[in-house]
Design a protein around this ligand. Structure first.
Ligand SMILES: *Cc1c(COP(=O)(O)O)cnc(C)c1O
Length: 347
């Protein structure tokens, strides 16, 4: 990649750390880890881990062994948990790694017991989401006898809906398992789960979204700071007369003379076509709306007579909560879609 790509993410170390500290403080005395899967939700796992380790975070969660390997040197002596566990195909890498598998199935438990009886691992219990994890019955069956469990965990299906009845059901089921299965620590809450209160925090919380500026529940709006901002460089500015049109499908056709900035950002950068008619650039005399459709690598922005020119950088609004509402994309999709073409600049 060029050292000076025409697209950048301005990333705030202070905001990331402030979000983690706040989430830790809200965790009612529990340790607070960080989900850094999908390359730190698109922001760059290695840098995220470096900043959070310096702030005191000691537990990181990735999805796969490839992700664990990619961050290996950044984690130092911190714990790394691989959420998708240990398939047969993973065992060689798992045994050579200091990361722990999160065992999700009876077959994984048997595989780990046979290959590494003395090594600590994590275990996921499915308490009602019906995604990954041992059933409560399996967990209570004696299957886990003799397994050295570092973190016993479960995952909430509806934590972002504060009043959802499944939260109480899952929490009670997890508490019952935690009283029967011996583990060094227990962990249930993701970002939104932390907001459900002390009953949900156990010994370790596992936020992801809110670390990166996502508003997991409305109650976090006042405390969580944005971490990532998009800036796209203007590659060309053109004048458009009434009757002319802009972009694919000729969907933008102004009824007044205006100027259009063509900026280096497109759906291949995670700025999906759902932003057409919704997205806008921020500038001192803005906001300036998108003009027409989003292309793969370009957007057009109606800048009118603003003092903006070829080579200038255009801040593109990426408020996660509002963009999610406007586009129908989740805040998770908005972050993890960001892709490889941004220069990630931590400040
Ligand atoms: C992704 C993930 C998290 C983090 O969830 P957020 O909603 O991003 O806070 C926590 N635990 C598990 C098991 C996950 O898969």
């Amino acid at each position: 990649m060029s050292d000076d790509p025409p697209l950048r993410l301005i990333l705030s170390k202070e905001a990331l750390i402030a979000n983690w500290r706040w989430l830790k403080q809200q965790s009612h005395g529990a340790d607070c880890g960080a989900a850094v899967k999908a390359d730190g939700y698109g922001l760059g796992a290695e840098a995220v881990i470096g900043h959070l380790r310096a702030a005191g975070c000691r537990d990181f969660f990735v999805a796969t062994w490839a992700e664990a390997a990619a961050i290996g040197h950044a984690t130092g002596d911190a714990g790394v948990s691989v959420l998708h566990g240990a398939r047969a195909e993973d065992m060689a890498q798992a045994l050579a790694s200091s990361a722990r598998p999160v065992l999700n199935t009876a077959a994984m438990v048997a595989r780990w017991k046979a290959a590494a009886p003395d090594r600590p691992c994590d275990v996921m219990i499915d308490t009602g989401m019906n995604r990954l994890g041992l059933s409560v019955a399996e967990a209570m069956s004696g299957l886990l006898d003799g397994v050295r469990i570092e973190t016993l965990m479960s995952h909430l299906a509806c934590a972002d809906e504060t009043e959802h009845p499944l939260n109480i059901v899952q929490c009670a089921a997890f508490r019952a398992v935690s009283q029967m299965v011996s583990a060094r620590r227990c962990s249930l809450a993701n970002s939104a789960g932390i907001a459900l209160g002390s009953d949900y925090c156990f010994g370790l919380t596992r936020p992801g979204l809110a670390l990166y500026g996502g508003i997991a529940v409305p109650a976090m709006r006042a405390a969580i700071r944005p971490v990532a901002a998009i800036e796209a460089q203007i590659l060309q500015v053109r004048a458009i007369a009434p009757g002319q049109s802009v972009g694919y499908g000729a969907t933008f056709s102004p009824d007044r003379p205006t100027r259009i900035a063509i900026a280096n950002l497109g759906y291949a950068d995670g700025y999906l076509r759902a932003f057409a008619g919704k997205g806008f650039a921020r500038a001192p005399d803005g906001p300036f709306p998108l003009a027409g459709r989003v292309s793969m690598d370009l957007i057009a922005v109606d800048i009118g007579s603003a003092d903006l020119h070829e080579g200038d950088w255009l801040p593109i609004d990426y408020d996660l909560e509002q963009s999610s509402r406007a586009t129908g994309l989740s805040q998770y999709e908005l972050l993890t879609g960001l892709g490889g073409r941004y220069q990630r600049m931590w400040k």
